[in-house]
Design a protein around this ligand. Structure first.
Ligand code: SF4
Length: 166
């Protein structure tokens, strides 16, 4: 509950590399540096899908990552947003002829696609910030619905207890 409240006004991003060359990851990590400072937008990067609002996926999906990516997507709580970053995530890029299963949207639904090999940190921030308000609005709506549901459950429990005590 306290965690939900604290995270109400922030966007948590989980980075998933499904088989790329790490070039895109380096650019994603650069968004944390003082020069770009992604946290000034209330966006926090970590690697826990259970606490993420946004999944940033880099690289083509190689065969061992097919099921793992699905699992990570399922572990991420609703509402969730997926941003595919880089040419490889969008179309397998330079790995097209290699042992890859396919682009990210072949496995999970993708909400925003950012081309480039690799895209610049500023473009990555722009892509996340452009979908963040929507993610926040959905998150706030969901939390309100949860609060209302909990309140109703509490009231029903109190009523039941009162009737049992009569
Ligand atoms: S898009 Fe370019 S930098 Fe990113 S993973 Fe593919 S090859 Fe590497």
């Amino acid at each position: 509950m306290i965690k939900d409240f604290a995270r109400k006004r922030s966007i948590n991003v989980c980075i998933v590399n499904t088989g790329g060359c790490n070039g895109c990851d380096i650019e994603v990590v650069s968004t944390l540096a003082p020069r770009y400072d992604i946290e000034q937008y209330g966006i926090y990067v970590h690697n826990n899908p259970r606490e993420a609002d946004v999944l940033v996926v880099t690289g083509p999906v190689v065969l061992p990552w097919k099921e793992r990516l699905k699992e990570i997507f399922e572990k991420t709580p609703e509402p969730k947003v997926v941003v595919a970053v880089g040419a490889c995530a969008l179309s397998c890029g330079i790995f097209k002829e290699g042992h890859v299963y396919g682009p990210v949207d072949k496995i999970i639904p993708v909400d925003a696609k950012l081309p480039g090999c690799p895209p610049r940190p500023s473009e990555i921030i722009e892509a996340i910030v452009s979908i963040a308000p929507e993610a926040l609005a959905m998150k706030e709506k969901m939390l309100k619905e949860m609060e209302l549901k909990n309140k109703n459950n509490q009231e029903n429990n109190n009523q039941d207890n009162q009737e049992t005590n009569k």
